[in-house]
Write a protein that binds this ligand. Structure first.
Ligand code: BGC
Length: 767
């Protein structure tokens, strides 16, 4: 860990250019708007090491699977999000010499990700020669107000010479994914042209016929005045550019404005793609860069108004949490139910940009509490839309009925092929069921449950019914051969978490069916008819619930992670020499699997999800036993531990765990930020503050707060929407204050009931 970013409450700032850190910064300074996003690549040429990355949400490619040892059930293809047309590109030549940041002397380099207003800015001085110095200032954003628009302002000021400037403003659609399994290119040429000050490139994927049409306009100004210079067009396959010549006059600033519209046939008729791009571009050009930037600031103001967290007295923590909230808002906005949240968002290619259980287990609570219901609901609709594929997936693996959701997916099909995960990490089905419960419990809105959720629940329950096996001589149901959330143990029997979430799904499904039967009898008849639900099935579910086997260690009073956990050589992580950590980089897989070390919350994940089922003593016994053996080598791990530690009053541990999640990417904690940021675990950081330190829980539809403030903070505050209420929660060393801006709400603070009328504010001292 080597922090090099300056602490600031609203911006991420890098104050010098270090090529070794360039790819890390490319990830950290990424920008996005839910529709598209890109790494913080330079606009001008950079011949050093870089991952050029521009991504369009939902545009993917089924890449042919590559595995060493094929197993039946593996997907033949798997989807990955596509690295797409680079629309920011500028080639700058001064007196015939190209400005290449890797080759010229650079001073005064400052890069800023302005999170408050949603833009990326870079300033530096470049010396092509000692007597040829230029100041550069580049600003760009992808618009949160107009999702298909991106804009760049690039200023060049020569300060000690007059010279010739040549500008090549280009669109490059000849882009390759670095993670392509067979080093193939996925895009092919559809059309390109350049004319006047505009250029256009449309590319098409070799399979599935995704089309991306990028249209840009470039304008050149000197000291605020538009230059009437004609452009020389340039076209080649998947590429189009416009070239300009201008004089560079000492002390005078040349500004290049580049506006780009990126539209796809996911959103527009194929035959109207170009027209759609033209309309979007015309609108943007008419507004101009400054107005677009103002609109951007306005759109971000609204986002911050809904989701900001303020931490007083700890600048580093403040920056960390804002960075996480910023990235979450950049990645997903709930406008399109075909989209989801990839673990790297728009910041890199690792994990193929696909959907994991991370969405339901970690991201949903953030969107539930900071946006309107529709945003979170669309995450559930996404899974409902994939139900058919999940049933196919179950059938492919030999199940007679039910739905088995993929571990990793883009379009509902499995995109993962490691047997111990693809086939065995079945607990993900439970997280999808739990998300339906979470949404309904939080919002009080049963419409999703009634229209769609019940179908998902029944099909998942059918999967569990078939996946358990009855052990006759013991009279119990078991679940054999699984991988729990802890991926450092494979093919284990009776992973407590899996058994519990499976049985819980059956319990919840039956509860939902009962509810529909009594409250909506007609609908009940319709659903039982269309699902062909038999009493025999629900009776079997009840039997499984009653006779599910749960491994426990009686003397220690803990749930066992799996049947044989106690046979392992048990030791704590702090007994290991530091040189062994992280074990996933230093140990053989065999050694990891035999060890007691736990990658991420497993039993504790269950205590977190089904928190209301367990008393504090049970949570403490299990936390005290498992946490010391946990290496937290998944970025999803520390947040769950932080939340439970808060509940147990373990202030220091909670804070230690919080720090591991909050600045994971800013401080490159896991030494892998160059691959992209850990977007889904960022939602876990939000949970650590709101559910952990804020102690926010929704128990049977009722909101509770039990705050705990870390010693390192003077105060913290956050905003949540809860049903009709909009709450502003402020916690300082003495008390918790809650103000309500909207409908009345009844909440429990430190177990005391308070009614928050609209516009009312209450303060309650800590116990
Ligand atoms: C974790 C999984 C997670 C995946 C994607 C893995 O390292 O173990 O739980 O779904 O990363 O974030």
């Amino acid at each position: 860990m080597n922090p090099y970013l300056k602490e600031n409450s609203w911006s991420i700032i890098e104050e010098s250019f270090d090529p070794k850190k360039h790819e890390i910064s490319e990830s950290v300074f990424s920008i996005g708007n839910g529709h598209m996003g890109q790494r913080a690549n330079f606009e001008e040429t950079y011949s050093g090491k870089s991952l050029q990355g521009s991504y369009m949400a939902g545009v993917y490619y089924p890449d042919k699977t590559r595995v060493g040892w094929w197993k039946n059930g593996y997907p033949e293809y798997f989807a990955k999000v596509l690295n797409s047309t680079n629309w920011i590109g500028l080639r700058i030549y001064i007196d015939g010499e190209e400005l290449d940041i890797n080759k010229v002397k650079i001073t005064n380099f400052v890069r800023e990700l302005n999170m408050r207003e949603g833009f990326l800015k870079r300033k530096f001085t470049a010396y092509l020669h000692e007597d040829k110095g230029i100041d550069i200032e580049a600003v760009r954003f992808v618009s949160a107000a107009d999702k298909e628009i991106g804009a760049v302002s690039y200023q060049i000021t020569p300060f000690n010479f007059n010279g010739n400037l040549e500008i090549c403003s280009y669109l490059d659609g000849d882009i390759k994914n670095t993670d392509a399994n067979y080093d193939e290119k996925f895009w092919e040429e559809a059309a390109q042209n350049a004319f006047a000050n505009r250029a256009h490139v449309t590319v098409r994927t070799k399979k599935l016929n995704f089309q991306l049409c990028s249209l840009m306009e470039t304008q050149i100004y000197r000291d605020g005045e538009k230059l009437r210079i004609s452009a020389v067009p340039e076209e080649s396959s998947k590429y189009a550019a416009v070239n300009f010549h201008a004089d560079l006059i000492q002390g005078k600033t040349v500004t290049i404005y580049k506006y780009a519209a990126n539209v796809t046939n996911r959103d527009h008729e194929e035959s109207l793609l170009y027209q759609a791009a033209e309309e979007a571009l015309d609108k943007a050009v008419t507004k101009g860069f400054n107005l677009l930037k103002e609109e951007q600031a306005e759109a971000w103001k609204k986002k911050w108004n809904d989701s900001d967290i303020v931490i007083d007295g700890d600048l580093s923590a403040q920056q960390g949490i804002r960075f996480n909230i910023f990235q979450l808002n950049q990645t997903y906005n709930g406008e399109d139910a075909r989209l989801n949240i990839g673990p790297k968002g728009f910041t890199g290619e690792k994990y193929g940009g696909s959907t994991y259980w991370d969405t339901e287990a970690y991201c949903l609570p953030f969107y539930l509490a900071t946006s309107d219901n529709q945003t979170a609901r669309n995450l559930l609709v996404y899974r409902h839309n994939h139900l058919g594929k999940a049933k196919e997936n179950a059938a492919k693996l030999g199940f007679e009925k039910g739905a088995f959701y993929p571990m990793v997916t883009m379009n509902g099909e499995e995109s993962h092929n490691e047997w111990e995960i693809t086939f065995e990490e079945i607990h993900r089905n439970g997280a999808i069921a739990h998300a339906i419960y979470n949404f309904t419990n939080y919002t009080g809105n049963t419409s999703y449950l009634l229209d769609k959720g019940v179908e998902v629940l029944v099909e998942i329950s059918r999967f569990w019914e078939e996946r358990v096996n009855f052990v006759t001589d013991k009279g119990v149901y078991m679940i054999l051969g699984v991988t729990g959330p802890n991926e450092y143990e494979n093919n284990v029997n009776n992973n407590w978490y899996t058994n519990r979430i499976a049985s819980w799904t059956l319990e919840y499904t039956l509860e939902v069916l009962e509810f529909i039967k009594s409250e909506h009898p007609q609908l009940y008849r319709e659903w039982t008819g269309s699902l062909a639900l038999k009493e025999k099935e629900t009776e079997k579910w009840k039997d499984i619930i009653n006779r599910m086997y749960y491994p426990i260690e009686e003397k220690k009073e803990i749930f066992l992670q799996q049947d044989n956990f106690m046979d392992k050589e048990l030791m704590h992580v702090n007994e290991l020499d530091q040189k062994h950590l992280p074990i996933n980089q230093n140990w053989s897989w065999d050694r990891i699997l035999r060890s007691c070390f736990i990658k991420q919350a497993d039993v504790l994940q269950g205590l977190h999800f089904l928190n209301h089922e367990f008393d504090i003593y049970t949570k403490k016994r299990n936390f005290d036993f498992y946490e010391p053996m946990t290496v937290h080598e998944s970025s999803l791990s520390p947040c769950v531990h932080s939340i439970l530690a808060c509940e147990l009053g373990y202030k220091e541990k909670a804070y230690e765990m919080y720090l591991r999640t909050a600045r994971l990417d800013l401080d490159n904690y896991n030494n892998d930020t160059e691959d992209g940021c850990h977007i889904t675990s960022m939602a876990g950081t939000w949970m650590s503050v709101v559910q952990g330190f804020g102690g926010m829980k929704v128990i049977k539809g009722v909101l509770h707060f039990n705050p705990l403030i870390p010693d390192q903070w003077d105060a913290f505050s956050f905003k949540v929407v809860f049903r009709g209420a909009r709450l502003f929660v402020h916690v300082d060393k003495e008390q918790i204050t809650i103000a309500n801006e909207a409908d009345a709400a009844e909440v429990f603070v430190n177990s005391e009931k308070v009614v928050l009328e609209p516009g009312r504010k209450i303060s309650i001292s800590h116990r």
